[in-house]
Design a protein around this ligand. Structure first.
Ligand code: M6R
Length: 364
């Protein structure tokens, strides 16, 4: 049932404040300001590396979490696309652990990667939305996302719930490894507790985003740029746009612009920049200047401070609420999803059942 919504995707985008809140409450103790006492299939203090592997949007959630695990828990993470991991014959050292991310829990390549780790004797955790799935069954421990059934082929609420679990796990790891103080833990838990509110505020930008989408619906190619955790989000934006609107889109690390993609920039090529105001914002501004100097149109998704600091001629902005750096990827996922959604609706594609795609990819 789509309720008042035109598509399941729209409904699922709008459910995010609620399902993020449910998911976080499963892993965090908000009143105590601490990470909860949930079971783990491995001891974060005893491992030296963690391998994460997944496909599509779930892979991009894993890629964002690499920044979190490494920055806050000082835990090195190897992240791979599951179809590569399963044949890569990666050596899995002693004292390592493996984590798999899958909404359906049935993705063939992710399952094969899990079995590779099983044969290597590495402890296995899985973040799944379907608790009765094969990946859940074959893991040593599961971390459920509480997103509820996701019907739209384009993953939206499962993604932000995966991020919510991964952020909680990163805090769990940081605590176990002694890399954050009790005060920092309280602070991060409080920041995460605000994520549903940021998501709700982001939903209010829907009309503004629809106006931007109207322009996108006339173009053939779009480039998405971001740095740090906004880099995987740029790739997620490009994935979402291509899968439901069939517009060719690429997501790049902003710093890679001059290593190739800048050659594509002309008046016909919109560049969507995801850049909350943070310690590397200025670096992204110089990338935007390079785009503007070549006549490229920029759509900047940022906050108030970022919008005030980036004064370029060819610029349109989507202004987000002020969000702490740690939770920014969860909040910024929403405008990225809405942009793809509105573009596809304007173009009249089958948003919930895009051509050539299946919700669950159970064959290689
Ligand atoms: O069920 P899974 O999370 O394992 O699925 C992984 C991908 O197939 C999935 O995220 C796909 O990329 C989505 N259609 C993206 O919106």
């Amino acid at each position: 049932d789509k309720g008042n919504h035109r598509h399941f995707m729209e409904k699922e985008i709008h459910e995010q404040p609620e399902v993020i809140s449910h998911t976080l409450a499963h892993y965090l103790d908000f009143s105590a300001g601490t990470v909860g006492n949930f079971d783990l299939p491995f001891d974060f203090a005893g491992i030296e590396r963690m391998a994460i592997s997944a496909c599509g949007t779930a892979y991009l959630a894993g890629l964002i979490s690499k920044y979190w695990f490494e920055r806050y828990a000082r835990l090195p993470v190897d992240i791979d696309i599951a179809s590569e991991f399963r044949y890569r014959e990666m050596p899995l050292p002693k004292n390592s652990a493996a984590l798999f991310v899958s909404q359906s829990g049935e993705t063939a390549d992710t399952l094969a990667s899990l079995r590779y780790c099983r044969s290597a004797g590495v402890p296995i955790g899985a973040i799944v939305n379907v608790r009765e799935s094969t990946i859940a069954r074959e893991s040593d421990g599961i971390f459920p996302t509480l997103a509820g059934p996701e019907i739209g082929v384009a993953s939206t609420k499962a993604f932000t719930c995966q991020l919510s679990v991964l952020a909680s796990l990163a805090l769990k790891a940081a605590k176990a490894r002694g890399t954050i103080s009790a005060e920092q833990e309280r602070d991060f838990v409080r920041q995460l507790s605000e994520a549903p509110r940021y998501a709700a505020q982001a939903l209010k930008l829907s009309e503004r985003i629809e106006a931007v989408a109207r322009e996108l619906s006339h173009v053939r190619h779009v480039l998405y740029l971001g740095r740090d955790t906004s880099y995987p989000l740029a790739m997620e934006g490009a994935l979402k746009l291509k899968e439901i609107s069939y517009i060719h889109a690429e997501g790049y690390a902003a710093g890679e612009l001059k290593h190739g993609p800048i050659a594509l920039i002309d008046e016909q090529m919109p560049v969507i920049v995801i850049a909350p105001y943070d310690r590397i914002f200025e670096k992204t501004v110089s990338n935007m200047q390079e785009v503007a100097a070549r006549g490229g149109r920029i759509i900047l998704i940022t906050d108030r401070e970022g919008a005030a600091k980036a004064t370029l001629k060819t610029l349109e902005t989507i202004v987000m609420p002020d969000v702490p750096e740690f939770v920014a990827p969860i909040a910024y996922a929403l405008p990225v999803q809405l942009l793809a959604y509105h573009t596809a609706v304007i173009m009249g594609t089958d948003v919930d059942q895009p051509r050539n795609l299946a919700k669950s990819v159970t064959v290689e």
